[in-house]
Write a protein that binds this ligand. Structure first.
Ligand code: FES
Length: 255
């Protein structure tokens, strides 16, 4: 069930350049189940900026009734959010959308993420490992300064890092790493910029895959049509990324 709640801020840490890890606590956490769902966060208590910001969920801790988000501070809204401290509360609407189907993974899964698309893969990796699925993580970032959670992913399985400028790991994009890896997995899950998602699904046309789209959003709950995309199902078929997704099977969304 979707809830709106003023949640307590447990911690906020800059974990890479302009990348913030924000943990909040409250009863809304008990509604969270699927990795890949997101929340809509009101970044300031004033009327401006008015819109909420969609932020993906990186870790769910039901015992502590807390969850962790990771976001990039890049505009006025997220920069206001980055100034919040443990003394503040946060107006959160969620959990929103449909996440990654963990039951479809098979025995071995590739988790492929780029930039701020990496965080939801962490909760996914935790849940898949808890079910005995072997996970391999292929993660792309701009540069070494932007890399986060490398050790946390390594603790869960084989982890490969690419940076665009070659300052850490393989130089280039996640596809450069994928070219050198075996095809011995059952399912792939991917989240990141649309060109990356397209490259990944072209690389594995015969595999079962699930893609999480980073679409510009307004309401986040299916009411404003800001996030509409056409699909491959028919000329007139469309989906709303916020409420029908953000995760879709590979080959469905025309982005
Ligand atoms: Fe409003 Fe999707 S963001 S319908």
């Amino acid at each position: 069930m979707i809830k709106q709640e003023k949640m307590a801020i447990v911690s906020q840490i800059e974990i890479a350049k302009n990348i913030f890890e924000l943990t909040v606590a409250g009863s809304l956490v008990q509604e969270m189940n699927e990795p890949g769902q997101f929340v809509h966060v009101r970044v300031a208590d004033s009327f401006e900026p008015l819109l909420r910001r969609p932020i993906s969920v990186a870790k769910i801790d039901k015992e502590a009734s807390s969850f962790t988000m990771i976001y990039r501070s890049e505009g006025r809204g997220t920069s206001l959010l980055s100034q919040k401290t443990e003394r503040d509360t946060l107006d959160v609407l969620g959990p929103l959308g449909h996440g990654f189907p963990v039951d479809e993974a098979g025995k071995k899964a590739y988790l492929i993420g780029g930039g701020i698309g990496v965080p939801p893969l962490y909760e996914l990796a935790l849940q898949l490992n808890a079910k005995g699925v072997e996970t391999v993580h292929i993660l792309g970032f701009e540069s070494s300064e932007a890399v986060f959670y490398e050790d946390k992913f390594r603790a869960l399985g084989d982890t490969h890092i690419a940076t665009v400028d070659g300052s850490h790991g393989t130089e280039g994009f996640v596809t450069h790493i994928l070219n050198g890896l075996p095809n011995d997995f059952d399912t792939y899950y991917s989240c990141g910029p649309t060109p990356m998602l397209e490259a990944v699904q072209w690389a594995y046309p015969e595999k079962k895959g699930f893609l999480s789209y980073e679409q510009r959003m307004g309401c986040g709950i299916g009411a404003c049509f800001a996030c509409v995309c056409r699909t491959t199902r028919s000329e007139t078929d469309y989906i709303k990324v916020c409420s029908d997704g953000p995760v879709f099977p590979a080959g469905v969304v025309i982005s």
